[in-house]
Ligand binder design. Structure first.
Ligand SMILES: [Zn+2]
Length: 205
């Protein structure tokens, strides 16, 4: 389905055009204790690099976990300060929340970030116009649905493996909601694609 979004919203990045065996993992909504730290351990096992779209409020609460993401050589992107919905907020309110997250990130990482992902994939054109002046808006080509409690772990894994190919941007969540599926899927996903000779890369930093 994302081919349709790619046509409708060509200004956003949906996947990386490459024939190299590269996969772009992304983790949204952290950093939080336990889940994010566990994700970092899994990535380390495969020397996998990834991009974390952080909620500014979590960065403020858990600066030491945010720091671990950076120390491990991963990328970070802005995911708003309070995980707010673009369609439900006025552009000014939305941009202020975006800026607040910029601040949370740059307090710990002075070079900041040039990546943004809108929570729920929802963003108005007027909001995107402003954000695109300084940032890339990074969407995804593989939605693992790890946050869906009713989705079985095996189905979640099969879905993720079936949809992933060269250049895929894969969306996971380092959140409590996704924990059940993530703990099953991520190690198996990493193992599956490592054995096939794939590398796990960051978009850019
Ligand atoms: Zn999110």
């Amino acid at each position: 389905m994302t081919w349709l979004f790619e046509i409708l919203f060509p200004r956003y990045v949906w996947r990386v055009k490459t024939s190299d065996k590269k996969i772009y993992l992304t983790f949204d909504d952290g950093p939080i204790p336990e889940v994010t730290e566990w994700v970092l351990e899994q990535l380390r096992l495969y020397n996998a690099k990834s991009t974390f779209f952080v909620v500014g409020d979590n960065v403020r609460k858990y600066p030491e976990i945010f720091q671990k993401i950076l120390t491990d050589g991963h990328c970070v992107g802005n995911h708003t300060q309070n995980h707010i919905k673009g369609w439900k907020n006025e552009t000014d309110t939305y941009l202020a929340n975006f800026q607040e997250c910029e601040k949370s990130i740059s307090e710990l990482k002075p070079s900041g970030t040039n990546l943004f992902r809108p929570p729920y994939g929802q963003i108005k054109r007027s909001q995107a116009n402003e954000i695109l002046k300084m940032h890339k808006i990074l969407m995804w080509s593989v939605l693992t649905k790890d946050y869906e409690a009713n989705l079985s772990e095996r189905k979640c894994l099969n879905r993720a493996i079936r949809q992933t190919r060269e250049g895929s941007i894969v969306l996971f969540h380092d959140s409590l909601k996704a924990q059940k599926n993530l703990y099953y899927v991520l190690p198996r996903f990493l193992e599956h694609f490592s054995k096939k000779g794939y590398e796990f890369c960051t978009i850019e930093c």
